[in-house]
Write a protein that binds this ligand. Structure first.
Ligand code: IVH
Length: 700
């Protein structure tokens, strides 16, 4: 089934498969976005995946998964920071994409509040800053704690880091602040500071950030405060929560007070009396967008009167009194100069459009992706044509359509890899369908694939070796020093074997940086199971799949012994089933592992790597605990630990934690205030217990 199958046409079986795929995809995207600060997809693609998931769930409510993305806001907190529970949840905003959505929003508010047509509803409009939200707790005017949003309920405690920002006052100035308040706003980086930071990072051989938002998130969430301090982060205050006393009557007045108390506030906020005025403000802000020093991705509207905000309240993940009016993707027209082929890590050939440079939304664009040969045929595009391109969020710009035929010759996708000359073919899958991508069959013989695999191996999500970025990998590969990842761990020897002088004599290195690089490599001689597996770059075995294998097998040797047996004994053997039977793992991933293992050069590479590295066991989940293998739901207020701690503890004991009660639930732990979930559990005859009983069960 292709992703394009409309939801109405899905069979039950297909819907279940699609829900599984979307749950994995969204979880992976969340992890990349929130924990790795490296987005996998555009905001639009992400929104589309969530919408499709919700539409399928609406059609087949009983197929809704226990790990449904609909029940989650973002990802859970990063492991390295202490957890910080928010006094009131940090929610997200609903989106409006058209003028009509905005007038619907205003109508809904009127209807909800029961207002007559003559009554004015003042609404504020302000830019939606593309950064990461932060909640600052002030007690008696002093900054006590700073927490990221995390999953909305529990974030990461980044107090020490937040204190390094000039825009965040240690002590509130002025007067009139409540004894206790959480000030919320956006941490961001200006476009200029972002460019300078990336230039520095690249020169130092570190990985560059995809966009200012990721740079801001990555800079704030540093375990080393000194790193955060060196990064040019800023903060706009725009919201608050958990105030001990009222301090304003309107949104506008509240934000003006923030300025008196020492915060930076966005100067573009206005207050409008009608939808027409709101839309006018939207267009004004959109017009200035490219010239603003920071990235914005829409305009946020908020009901001005706070008593009305109070009455309007929240629905699931978002307030009823606010909405984000998103900007459409930015477009421009330019000449397509040439179509070149890029060879990826797994050999896929991607046609890339080289463009006459053109400014799109403040960014100069000179390349755009054309995806694959079918897309080129669909667009009917060829060199010399004038094309319309689009840049949405942080992704690679896309070619939308041909605006003017340049009269050139039709373009043909090569059937040989342009780098190594091996045949490039379109694979046929199990169902007899042709893959849209053409792949180079050269494997590691192909230098392009080899370099991309090396880059992946050292990337943030894999071995994460400092000082070994794309530039250095390219250089070492060209010089014949690095042939495979195993050579990284014998770099000095490999340099000598290639007949080259020691690294410290190379241009751009020197004694200090050569030593730093070798030390950074040494620091990764012990590597966690999941990172190592992900680093191998096996097709269909990415970050999430690697983590699942690690959590299931705990020890690398045990896991790999299974892979070896599965590769020998084939599909449906016991070893094969042990791998493919894991929740969330499919036959495709297991077969890809087996294919990898069957190749002699892969086995040699792995052996060489394992002789130099220690693969860390995944922390053991106690399988002999009384809750191992049980599905547990927590509800109501927990008093002895935060919800997230409780979940983490249960997972560590081998339980599966779910957000919703179903017939599959084994146990519901209910704190005070438990409502519908408790009732449902009782109706279904699911065992329920209090938090104290839970602690007794698991042994305190
Ligand atoms: S108000 C309960 N105002 O957008 C409402 N949010 O999609 C609190 N954001 O998580 C949010 N600029 O990180 C608000 N001027 C602004 C904003 C803004 C950016 C972010 C914020 C929030 C996300 C929601």
């Amino acid at each position: 089934m292709s992703e394009a199958t409309p939801v109405e046409e899905l069979t039950r079986e297909e819907a279940a498969v699609e829900l599984e795929r979307l749950a994995g995809l969204i979880a992976e995207a969340d992890a990349a976005y929130y924990q790795e600060d490296a987005p996998l997809m555009t905001d639009a693609e992400y929104d589309a995946a969530r919408l499709r998931n919700a539409a399928i769930e609406a059609r087949f409510p009983d197929l809704k998964r226990e790990d449904s993305p609909s029940d989650r806001v973002g990802a859970t907190a990063h492991e390295g920071f202490a957890k910080a529970a928010h006094a009131a949840p940090m929610l997200s905003l609903d989106n409006a994409f058209s003028d009509e959505d905005v007038s619907d929003f205003a109508d809904r508010i009127r209807r909800f509040l029961g207002l007559g047509a003559e009554e004015e509803v003042a609404i504020t409009a302000e830019p939606k800053i593309d950064g990461l939200s932060l909640s600052l707790t002030y007690e008696k005017g002093r900054l006590k704690r700073a927490a990221t949003r995390g999953n909305g309920e529990v974030g990461e405690d980044v107090t020490a880091n937040a204190r390094t920002l000039d825009d965040i006052p240690e002590n509130l100035s002025g007067k009139g602040w409540p004894d206790m308040i959480e000030i919320r706003g956006e941490v961001y980086m200006t476009k200029q500071d972002f460019a300078a930071l990336n230039a520095r990072e690249e020169a130092a051989g570190r990985k560059v950030f995809a966009n200012p938002r990721n740079a801001a998130a990555g800079s704030l969430r540093q375990l080393d405060v000194e790193v955060t301090k060196s990064r040019p982060l800023r903060f706009f205050a725009y919201a608050w929560a958990a105030e001990s006393a009222a301090f304003a009557e309107t949104q506008h007045e509240a934000v003006q007070k923030f300025a008196d108390w020492g915060f930076s506030i966005n100067p573009m906020m206005i207050r409008a009396g009608t939808v027409e005025e709101l839309l006018g403000a939207y267009r004004d802000i959109e017009e200035q967008r490219a010239d603003l020093p920071y990235d914005i991705d829409g305009v946020v509207y908020k009901v001005d009167r706070l008593d009305w905000q109070q009455r309007l309240g929240f629905v699931s993940r978002a307030p009823r009194w606010a909405i984000a009016h998103k900007f459409p993707a930015e477009k421009a027209t330019t000449e397509l100069l040439n179509i070149e082929i890029q060879v990826g890590r797994t050999g896929s050939l991607t046609p890339v459009a080289r463009l006459q440079p053109v400014t799109v939304g403040g960014v100069v664009v000179s390349n755009a992706t054309l995806h694959n040969e079918d897309e080129i045929a669909r667009l009917g595009v060829k060199p010399g044509d004038t094309v319309e391109i689009q840049r949405a969020g942080d992704v690679i710009p896309q070619v939308l359509r041909v605006v003017k035929d340049g009269g050139g010759k039709p373009w043909q996708m090569p059937h040989q890899c342009p780098i190594c000359g091996s045949d490039a073919v379109r694979e046929i899958d199990a169902k007899g369908e042709e893959d849209v991508r053409r792949r180079c069959t050269g494997g590691l013989v192909c230098p392009a694939q080899a370099v991309e695999r090396l880059k992946h191996f050292v990337s943030r999500k894999a071995l994460d070796i400092d000082g070994l970025g794309a530039k250095q990998i390219q250089l070492f590969h060209e010089k014949g020093v690095l042939k495979g990842p195993q050579d990284i761990f014998r770099l000095a020897d490999a340099i000598e074997a290639a007949g080259l002088p020691p690294l410290e004599e190379w241009e751009g290195f020197g004694k200090v940086s050569a030593k730093k690089l070798l030390d950074a490599i040494d620091a990764r001689r012990t590597v966690p199971f999941a990172r190592f597996l992900n680093g191998l770059g096996i097709r269909h075995v990415g970050q999430t799949t690697s983590q699942l294998f690690a959590r299931t097998f705990l020890k690398w040797d045990v896991f790999w012994a299974n892979v070896v047996s599965a590769a020998e004994e084939g599909e449906s053997s016991e070893a094969w089933e042990a791998l493919a039977g894991i929740d969330g793992i499919g036959a495709t991933a297991v077969n890809a592992l087996c294919d990898f293992e069957r190749e002699v050069h892969n086995r040699e590479m792995l052996e060489a790597l394992l002789s130099k590295l220690t693969i860390q066991d995944e922390a053991k989940a106690a399988s002999d605990s009384p809750v191992a293998g049980k599905t547990i739901v927590f509800t109501g207020t927990l008093e002895r630990m935060t919800r997230d701690e409780a979940k983490a503890r249960a997972s560590a004991l081998g339980a599966k934690v779910s957000g919703s009660v179903s017939a599959k639930t084994d146990l519901l732990v209910a704190g005070p205030g438990a409502g519908s979930k408790l009732k449902k559990a009782q109706d279904l005859g699911v065992q329920t217990m209090t938090e104290d009983e839970w602690f007794d069960l698991i042994g305190g």
